[in-house]
Design a protein around this ligand. Structure first.
Ligand code: 13P
Length: 256
């Protein structure tokens, strides 16, 4: 009932020319029939968003493009920021919000995540909202309550219609870029709790139709176990999304 999604978060990797080459490689390698079964998104650095879109448009490849961050105001004196209307103007469809790297290093808070989610929905860009606990929170035994509180704050004030365009990504911080993936059962436990939180906030229909992705060292060697879990509907992939063959393999597994 939920169409899987595989989203590549390129982070601060790939210059413009490398981004164009990687996008073209994906056009050549990803099977067209898989793109009917899986929503595939690539999130290059802002400077390469339009370049990636041009390659995909020219190649008529059904891969969508997402930004990695956005400001909640439409325009103004916010040096270094980009806005939702700027994203829609060039054809960007998705935007990652609240990635742990932005929360940790760029002072993103639950409140600013919520402002960004609302601005994106107002502007018709689909947010991919990231949540996830640190190792110390996991060790304390409070991962479920911490992550559910993040979901609650990020989605405050939204309604059922908004939720049709929202994807959640559960990314345990201790599994990001560490090679240490959450066990499928560990990821499933939190993703099920997130779905329970959506049920409390929005009811059954939204809870059953919202996609929840797992992120954190997802790669060809572990994707099958993760995708076999009931509440995991895809991946938000960092390192492996920079290698076209690996990303293609992840998409193939999601398409099965
Ligand atoms: P890695 O796949 O490199 O662990 O990164 C995960 C991530 O943070 C995606 O947003």
């Amino acid at each position: 009932m939920r169409k899987p999604m595989m989203a590549g978060n390129w982070k601060m990797n790939m210059n413009y020319h490398e981004a164009v080459v990687l996008t073209q490689e994906l056009c050549n390698r990803v099977k067209r029939k898989d793109l009917d079964k899986v929503d595939v998104v690539i999130c290059p650095p802002a400077i390469s968003l339009r370049g990636a879109l041009t390659v995909l448009d020219f190649d008529k490849t059904k891969i969508s493009v997402g930004a990695q961050n956005v400001h909640w105001e439409d325009h103004g004196a916010f040096t270094g920021e980009i806005s939702v209307p700027m994203l829609t103007d060039i054809g960007v469809e998705y935007c990652i919000v609240g990635h742990s790297e932005r929360r940790e290093m760029f002072a993103e808070t639950d409140e600013t995540v919520n402002l960004k989610v609302k601005a994106l929905l107002d502007g018709k860009v689909k947010p991919i909202v990231c949540v996830g606990e640190s190792l110390s929170i996991r060790d304390e035994g409070s991962a479920v309550s911490y992550v559910c509180a993040q979901v609650n704050a990020a989605l405050a004030g939204l309604d059922d219609i908004d939720m049709a365009n929202v994807t959640i990504a559960y990314e345990p911080i201790w599994a990001i870029g560490t090679g240490r993936t959450a066990l499928p059962e560990q990821a499933q436990e939190i993703c099920a709790a997130i779905r329970g939180q959506l049920r409390t906030m929005f009811g059954d229909e939204v809870a059953d139709s919202t996609r929840i992705l797992y992120g954190g060292s997802m790669k060809p060697a572990n994707v099958e176990g993760l995708m076999a879990m009931e509440d995991i509907d895809g991946g938000l992939i960092g390192g492996a999304s920079l290698i076209s063959n690996d990303f293609k393999e992840l998409i193939e597994v999601a398409a099965r």
